[in-house]
Design a protein around this ligand. Structure first.
Ligand code: ITT
Length: 200
């Protein structure tokens, strides 16, 4: 059976394929790019969970297939949780990872190390054609560096150093990142439901 990954972010697709395979999901994973007729989904929710559900619902309705979606972001303590759901467009242009990261570093230039706590958050939504919905969440806690380091991952990975490690997320191997990441935690928590989906 088939499962639609309701995201147009290629980095997320790569991570999700690996996380779901490791969790024993045998469904054929179809990227949202296979359905160009489904336009961009307006992310009008105010929480990660709401936005993940909006994306999964739109793809499930259009394709009549089960769909999973990821809504995620970086929540910075001293910014009261921002950029949060606005992480992908913090500097204005959607998906400009470099500009987003540089703007955030500039905003935090005067914030000293003990106050640079932050976490990545991910909401994983599963929507079945029969209307069944489920959302799980995961977090990865760490501190923000003053300068980027590492070439792996995407987004804010070069500036988040997970608690208990001396490297940034961009310096971890993909397997190391997936083992502790917000996305790994959220989707592993959803795996039992995905595995139990009715076959069609
Ligand atoms: P889709 O909506 O199509 O899934 P998107 O990139 O627009 O793709 P989001 O609205 O969920 O997705 O925004 C996620 C942003 O949060 C992403 O652009 C990064 O800036 C940041 N982010 C999420 N997960 C991350 C991770 O694992 N490492 C670094 N940054 C991450």
């Amino acid at each position: 059976h088939r499962l639609v990954l309701a995201t147009r972010n290629a980095h997320k697709v790569t991570e999700l394929r690996s996380i779901l395979a490791d969790a024993g999901i045998t469904a054929e994973l179809v990227g949202a790019d296979a359905f160009p007729e489904v336009g961009d989904v307006k992310e009008t929710g105010v929480t990660f969970a709401e936005n993940a559900l909006l994306k999964a619902r739109a793809l499930a309705a259009a394709t009549r297939l089960p769909a999973v979606a990821d809504d995620s972001g970086l929540c910075v303590d001293v910014l009261g949780g921002a950029p949060g759901i606005f992480s992908a467009r913090w500097a204005g242009r959607h998906g400009d990872d470099r500009a987003n990261l540089e703007l955030l570093l500039a905003q935090l230039a005067d914030v000293s190390d003990p106050h640079r706590g932050a976490h990545f958050a991910c909401a994983a939504a599963l929507v079945l054609p029969d209307g069944t919905e489920r959302v799980t969440e995961g977090r990865l806690r760490g501190t923000l560096r003053h300068a980027p380091a590492g070439a792996g991952g995407f987004g804010y990975d070069p500036i988040l150093q997970p608690d208990g490690d001396t490297r940034t997320c961009a310096e971890l191997s993909p397997a190391e990142k997936n083992a502790i990441s917000h996305r790994g935690l959220a989707f592993r928590a959803l795996a039992a439901e995905i595995a139990a989906m009715p076959t069609s």
